[in-house]
Design a protein around this ligand. Structure first.
Ligand code: G3H
Ligand code: 13P
Ligand code: ZN
Length: 333
């Protein structure tokens, strides 16, 4: 058993309370490799932003759970080395799909876990979430749960259509499970194709797809039911068109990729939404930078020469999110 406290990590309790009060949101960035982690920590240290490092089940399988945990521990030390005196870094399991996986993460030094039982019938979601909460809370590990189903693919849970969270269920769910935060469905979805072209309109000037707005009425109704309760938004990448264009220019093929417009995320961040999940944007930045090097320097074969520019572009992206979208800069001095 390794406590997250020994690793210098923090859980989400205090960061969420402050974020709700302050009208900003904490960035939750997924990582699978060293370059992503370096970029996240550099961006957070430079902007003094609390940050959530997210590890999915797939990331654990890809990178090895022990290595990831030591990387997170190393990240705390790296942050201090960069001059961030009191780093507020949370290590979080993203989309945990079983009690065993959540328990293993709690036992291995994670400071927060998500149990995503949103695809189960309501009562089963409650029962599984409650079981995880009871275990995690013994070690002061915070728990995110999910109610409602996002469109698209959630790890191995797939759903063709989005089922918005039902505001009339949230009080019962939060009370009976004891969860610390609640991921909701209001129209976001995972990946780089959040909406079909049919769901969008087109900007007549640029020809770009303009996605439909998020269901802020549903968010408002949820906040009315659960005043001050931490709300989480998954699937919140914006799919920056400059990265999509770079990828397509340098040999990639991402037609009609579309994300959540930043102004909508800004609006969400100012509310009780206190954690915003971003993974795809980082994947796009990484891929765009690597493709550019490959296209311009076909003789290059030193991974540092293409992973380095990828890391730089991701750092720029993370800083932009922190400062211009979530507003979490300067909140962890
Ligand atoms: O919500 C899913 C995250 O983007 C993680 O994706 O399961 O491919 O690591 P992954
Ligand atoms: P994106 O695919 O929009 O980056 O969402 C990531 C996410 O929700 C991770 O849980
Ligand atoms: Zn997610």
């Amino acid at each position: 058993m390794v406590s997250f406290k020994e690793l210098g990590l923090v859980n989400t309790r205090e960061m969420f309370a402050k974020a709700i009060k302050g009208g900003y949101a904490i960035p939750a960035f997924n990582f699978n490799n060293m370059e992503q982690l370096q970029a996240i920590i550099k961006a957070a240290a430079e902007t003094k932003s609390p940050v959530i490092l997210q590890v999915s089940k797939g990331a654990r399988n890809y990178a090895n759970q022990t290595l990831l945990r030591y990387m997170a521990q190393g990240a705390v030390e790296y942050a201090k080395e960069l001059g961030w005196e009191h780093p507020q870094i949370c290590l979080h399991l993203d989309h945990g799909d079983s009690f065993e996986l959540c328990k293993s993460c709690v036992d291995f030094g994670f400071s927060s876990v998500m149990i995503d039982a949103s695809s189960l019938p309501y009562e089963e979601n409650i029962a599984l979430t409650k079981k995880v909460v009871e275990y995690a809370h013994q070690y002061d590990v915070t728990v995110e749960a999910e109610l409602g189903v996002l469109a698209g693919v959630e790890d191995e849970v797939s759903s063709a259509v989005s089922h918005y969270t039902k505001p009339e269920e949230v009080v019962d769910f939060a009370t009976r499970t004891g969860c610390d935060s609640l991921a909701i469905s209001i129209g976001t979805s995972h990946g780089a194709y959040k909406f079909t072209p049919e769901q969008c309109t087109r900007d007549p000037k640029t020809g770009r797809l303009v996605p439909p707005p998020l269901a802020f009425d549903v968010l408002d109704a949820i906040m009315e039911q659960l005043p001050g309760f931490p709300i989480v938004l998954h699937g919140s990448s914006s799919v920056p068109q400059e990265y999509v264009d770079m990828i397509n220019k340098y040999g990639g093929k991402l037609p009609d990729a579309v994300g959540i417009p930043e102004e909508q995320l800004r609006k969400a961040a100012a509310s009780a939404v206190c954690k915003i999940n971003i993974d795809s944007d980082s994947r796009l930045a990484f891929t765009a930078a690597v493709r550019k090097v490959f296209a311009e320097k076909p003789g290059e074969f030193d991974p540092r020469k293409y992973c380095g520019p990828a890391r730089d572009l991701m750092e720029e992206l993370y800083k932009h999110k922190i400062i211009n979208v979530l507003g979490s800069n300067g909140k962890a001095e």
